[in-house]
Design a protein around this ligand. Structure first.
Ligand code: IPM
Ligand code: MG
Length: 368
């Protein structure tokens, strides 16, 4: 069976880390009886410069047809002044919206070898294993009306709209409860029901779905601001956190830093499975385009590689291969290899390609 993959390297460090994912992909093709049909296309700022739009229709068509999309990163200071519809980020937002990728899975896992690399004390982050389930196609990112208008007196008014339906809330809560059943059976639902109507609805719908279908999972409700605080105070209380698009954006960056570096964290964005069993999926490192280090061979390829591991697990049903790749990463870290973002005294500092080479070597050993 051949899996079709669309690679979208994008901007900044996106192309560098995607090149490393290609090497690991080739390893799995050669060694693990996997066959991929790989296509590549432009997205984000580079697509804007080449085609005049960050999300060209032809790219979108390929993404819709592929079994899975591997995404690099988009954005950079060069495009900061563009109007919203031309900004590189629109490439990513259109992919999320048009593919219906409503469920964003962001695991924050602290590798034992990196517990000293976090800005938090090692005893706080050791054993950290949290899954943030972020709603990705609704809320204030997409709600209408939105825009900036000039008022009669010449002053300006900006509007974004936070909006959720009960259906949108229940389908993301269902994903969180189902995943919790495969882990620690605990879900914390984060919202601001003390101030926001959407959050009151969120809280009621999550509770109702829990009571009807998931009574075996422990559910707690937590205010999103308190959640942000608890993440740096007592993070072991969390197993799965389910939250909306905006809060999820913030909380997942915070959780990422707990693990030592945002350069370590993968993500999966999944849509609804159709009648034939096909599920739209996009996998991306959450670090973004990091324009300050782009093109220097310094970027950490691990988040991209772990995103490919998630792809193997969720899109291709290859949990064993995913675990193999994750173990190879763990081993290389345990052996003391570090990219600049996770550098520690006494460890061996490697660039992007050398880190991948070390991981490939570890894969060879593990598979032997
Ligand atoms: C993320 C990013 C995106 C978001 C940007 C690039 C649009 O921050 O995936 O977390 O805000 O969702
Ligand atoms: Mg973000």
């Amino acid at each position: 069976m051949t899996h079709s993959l669309l690679l979208l390297p994008g901007d900044g460090i996106g192309p560098e880390v995607m090149a490393e994912t290609r090497r690991v992909l080739a390893w799995f093709t050669q060694n693990r009886n996997l066959a991929f049909a790989v296509e590549e296309d432009l997205v984000g700022g580079i697509a804007y410069e080449t085609h005049g739009t960050p999300a060209p229709d032809a790219m979108m068509a390929k993404a819709l047809a592929a079994d899975a999309v591997l995404f690099g990163a988009v954005g950079g200071p060069r495009w900061d002044k563009l109007p919203f519809r031309d900004k590189p980020e629109q490439g990513l937002l259109r992919l999320r919206k048009d593919l219906g990728l409503f469920a964003n899975l962001r695991p924050a896992l602290c590798f034992e070898a990196l517990k000293d690399a976090s800005t938090l004390k090692p005893e706080i982050v050791a054993g950290l294993d949290i899954l943030i389930v972020r709603e990705l196609t609704g809320g204030v990112y997409f709600g209408e009306p939105r825009g900036i208008e000039t008022l009669a007196d010449g002053s300006r008014r900006g509007v974004d709209t936070q909006v959720y339906t009960s259906g949108e809330i229940r389908r993301i809560a269902r994903v969180a409860f189902e995943l919790a059943r495969l882990r620690g059976r605990r879900v914390a639902s984060a919202e601001k029901s003390n101030v926001m109507h959407t959050s009151v609805l969120w809280r009621e719908e999550v509770q109702a779905l829990h009571d009807a279908e998931f009574p075996d999972v422990q559910l707690t409700h937590i205010l999103a601001d308190n959640c942000a605080m608890q993440l740096v105070r007592n993070l072991r209380q969390f197993d799965v956190i389910v939250t909306d698009n905006l809060f999820g954006d913030l909380l997942s960056d915070e959780a990422a830093q707990l693990t030592g570096s945002i350069g370590m964290l993968p993500s999966a964005s999944l849509g609804a499975r159709d009648a034939a069993g096909r599920q739209p999926a996009l996998y991306e490192p959450i670090h973004g385009s990091a324009p300050d280090i782009a093109g220097q061979g310094l970027a950490n390829p691990i988040a991209g590689l772990l995103s490919f591991a998630m792809c193997l697990r969720y899109s291709f049903g290859r949990a064993e291969d995913a675990a193999l790749l994750e173990r190879a990463v763990e081993r290389v870290l345990a052996e003391g290899y570090r990219t600049a973002d996770i550098a520690q005294p006494g460890m061996t500092k490697l660039g992007t390609a050398a880190m991948t080479s070390a991981i490939l070597k570890a894969l060879d050993k593990l598979a032997a």
